[in-house]
Design a protein around this ligand. Structure first.
Ligand SMILES: Nc1ncnc2c1ncn2[C@@H]1O[C@H](COP(=O)(O)OP(=O)(O)OP(=O)(O)O)[C@@H](O)[C@H]1O
Ligand SMILES: [Mg+2]
Length: 500
């Protein structure tokens, strides 16, 4: 019997890639020392120094995951025990000096649960008072947005879809209080620079200066002359007429600022141009007082001009919002759309966004599945990855053959690598969840499970058939999505008692 047990234990340990050492000499002493209370008798020659991780590696049933003391956070689940945990990946790490910003970079292949997790996260941020702005191309936030819309009686949960009849339009020159501070000027300048230099040529110093002066002079003008309606049209006219004259007086050379080229490139945004509606909106979108806003850009995601420009003006609107809402948490989450804006020129804009976000109690979150794109783009690395202290990775098994370059790119340690590769490898068969890896400032990392109620599941799922089932049911219930979610979840929990 003893022999069988010895063999069993030995082979189980070997399965865990541990090498068992079978003691024969001091067995009685070891047995004695193994009795609780006798550890002081453990023979010194049998002990050695090691790291905590190794020393505790057999305590698999006990993670030391604890709920955070921070009042702010999200609900995750201990992957081993299934116990709910409250964790803070925004404020406390900042306070402790583990991170220097709240930005997040989320990476995972298609279907790994990125949108599901982000739904789960932004919903909880929203419920704790944050302003949430999402830019999406896959209708992943429709359920949550509608739910909020219904709950707030249409006050919040605003969903903008880009359509030809009803395109998303802004007016970057409009400010509610008529005050243009340095940040606002900078933001307008960067926006126009980005539209002007869409390709990968960097602007010259002299061009930047000329544009900066033009923006300042135009702002002076609209401050003094109320007959000039602030919008891109009048800005364009100002540059074309007044500013051109000023440049001539100052003898600015064409090679320092080619005004004709400038006007030419920006003409599509001016009255009569193909995109003249984009920057001349007379209706101001009220983004300031809405806390949950989704921009759905699927219709234009392959459009070479509209997609990046719309993304930029959304970001611009966000920056504007950020400056106004002092002391309130706000986040912008961009799914895939960052690809359109990750050119050399836009990189400055992204950098600017990230820098500004940090200063105004905000966070920028980029979600992506395109590992090739991030690996091949130094811009993305510099502006997005290096400025996101929180990295969130989902199941990477599909990328196993490229994982070395991902590890390299994100600067992950070997320990983090094995944590990531352990995701979803030994999930509890009776529970429905997916695991997520968080790394904070490159110093703290852990894997948690995103495990939600059936109600939350039906709100967040992106599975086409499930979404259709849900929305069809909601339609039958006079558009009451919340009731539809309740009914559907109930019918899955108790298939017999279902009445719908
Ligand atoms: N934590 C979870 N618990 C249960 N099911 C989940 C979880 N996360 C994801 N799923 C399931 O996986 C599906 C796909 O997830 P999700 O849409 O989040 O993937 P994704 O990474 O955003 O993919 P894509 O890149 O294609 O948008 C969901 O519809 C849901 O059914
Ligand atoms: Mg998704």
């Amino acid at each position: 019997e003893l022999k069988r047990i010895r063999n069993d234990v030995g082979s189980q340990l070997a399965l865990m890639e541990c090498k068992p050492r079978h003691n024969t000499v001091d067995t009685p002493t070891l047995f004695w020392a193994g009795i609780p209370g006798n550890e002081a008798d453990f023979p010194a020659e049998e002990s050695f120094y090691t790291f905590l991780g190794q020393a505790l590696c057999l305590f698999v049933e006990e993670t030391n995951y604890k709920s955070s003391l921070s009042p702010f956070g999200i609900k995750m689940v201990d992957r081993v025990s299934g116990r709910p945990l409250h964790i803070d990946i925004s404020d406390l790490p900042m306070k402790k000096g583990i991170t220097t910003n709240r930005n997040k970079f989320i990476l995972g292949p298609s279907g790994s649960g990125k949108s599901f997790f982000t739904n789960h996260m932004v919903r909880q941020y929203y419920e704790q008072g944050a302003h949430v702005l999402l830019v999406d191309t896959g209708n992943s936030y429709l359920g949550l947005s509608q739910l909020i819309h219904n709950r707030t009686h249409g006050e919040d949960g605003i969903y903008f879809t880009y359509t030809n009849e009803n395109p998303i339009a802004f007016n970057p020159f409009y400010v509610e209080d008529g005050v243009f501070d340095i940040e606002k000027k900078e933001s307008i300048k960067t926006l126009i620079l980005t539209l002007w230099k869409r390709d990968d040529e960097a602007p010259k110093r002299s061009e930047e200066v000329a544009l900066s002066n033009a923006v300042s002079a135009y702002i002076d003008l609209i401050g003094k002359d109320s007959s000039v309606t602030p919008c891109f049209n009048t800005f364009y006219e100002f540059v074309r007429d007044d500013y051109r004259r000023q440049l001539e007086q100052k003898n600015v050379r064409e090679k320092d600022f080619d005004i004709n080229n400038f006007l030419n490139v920006l003409e599509p945004y001016y009255r009569g141009g193909e995109y003249d509606y984009l920057l001349n909106s007379d209706k101001e979108l009220d983004l300031l007082h809405k806390r949950f806003i989704v921009f759905e850009l699927d219709n234009i995601k392959d459009h070479k001009i509209l997609f990046p420009v719309t993304t930029i003006i959304i970001m611009e609107a966000f920056i504007n919002k950020m400056r106004k809402l002092k002391g309130i948490r706000k986040l912008i989450l961009i799914e895939e759309a960052w690809k359109a804006i990750a050119s050399a020129n836009m990189a400055d804009y992204i950098k600017y966004l990230y820098k500004t976000v940090r200063k105004y109690f905000g966070e920028a979150i980029v979600v992506t599945q395109e590992v090739e794109d991030i690996i091949s783009s130094p811009i993305v690395k510099e502006s997005i990855i290096n400025n996101s202290d929180c990295k969130i990775l989902l199941d990477q098994r599909k990328y196993l053959n490229k994982f070395d370059s991902i590890q390299n790119l994100l600067g992950l340690t070997d320990k983090e690598r094995s944590q990531i590769l352990s995701i979803n490898m030994a999930n509890h068969p009776g529970r429905k969840y997916k695991e997520v890896f968080f790394s904070l400032g490159g110093t703290q990392s852990a894997v948690y499970a995103t495990e939600v109620s059936l109600e939350e599941y039906y709100t967040y799922t992106t599975e086409e058939s499930e979404k259709m089932e849900l929305f069809a049911l909601a339609e039958k219930l006079d558009g009451n999505l919340e009731l539809a979610i309740k009914r559907l979840a109930e019918s899955k929990r108790n298939p017999q008692s279902s009445t719908t």
